[in-house]
Design a protein around this ligand. Sequence first.
Ligand SMILES: Nc1ncnc2c1ncn2[C@@H]1O[C@H](COP(=O)(O)OP(=O)(O)O)[C@@H](O)[C@H]1O
Ligand SMILES: [Mg+2]
Length: 274
Amino acid sequence: MPTPEAHPASSSDPAAAAPAAAQAVGVSIENLSKQFGTFEVLKNVTFAVEPEEIFVLMGPSGSGKSVLLKHIVGLELPTSGCVTVDGRDAAAEDTREHVRMALVFQSGALFNSLSVFDNLALYPREHRVANAAGIREKVMRALQILSLENAAQKFPSELSGGMKKRVAIARALVMEPQLMLYDEPTSELDPVMSATISEIIATLKDEYHVTSLVVSHDRELALNIAHRVGILMGGSLVVVGTPSELKASKDPRVAEFLNPKIDLKNPRFKKLET
Ligand SMILES: Nc1ncnc2c1ncn2[C@@H]1O[C@H](COP(=O)(O)OP(=O)(O)O)[C@@H](O)[C@H]1O
Ligand SMILES: [Mg+2]
């Protein structure tokens, strides 16, 4: 086994296109609370994602899922508690130099003025991870994995929603991440494209041995590809378990969230608070 690479390769060798032998990392969230003003968005959240695990964090809109992801990449700082990645404080500047992590944003966050190829090449060019030929090889490899070779010269405006999500994942892959974080990777997609994205997330883990934390309220994705699922409600983690444990859960909040029954005689909107 080659020694694990702690830093992005700085080699000018085109062979650097092959993924660095990365070691999967774990994430630990301990008693994390986050307040914006007087509003407590996350309340004493504790859970860990094991190396190479696929952990799916579910929860209704506004429950604090995206805010939690931002703590892992250091975009938000805890009000109290702590978040560590590979044992390092996620809030510390140098953590992202030691651990390669990629956040795939809900919107894809692609640069509209750049072609797909240039969107993918942006990070490796800025960080001079390889020479031009090496970068080309890395980018084409990521595109190939996601069956996007023919889209290299297209612009984001020419892509369907599903293709944009795949390009966003390919762009993350170019960084050869040890930790992949996804924010709602299947939102706004039809069921078949959602299933495709779920397959991609599951197979990337097989090919790259990355650790994956997926924020999603896609029940099919969670129950089919997660090793464990956590459900966040109103900023508190109400349950963590394997998909079969969740399906068997007697907690009415879990059952209602995973399998809401449409009740026309007693509709929910009549009970909503104003
Ligand atoms: N920077 C911020 N300042 C104030 N409130 C915020 C900020 N970011 C998120 N919130 C609030 O925190 C709550 C949780 O947001 P978010 O994590 O985006 O929810 P979701 O689970 O849908 O991803 C929402 O009520 C949101 O308005
Ligand atoms: Mg969100």
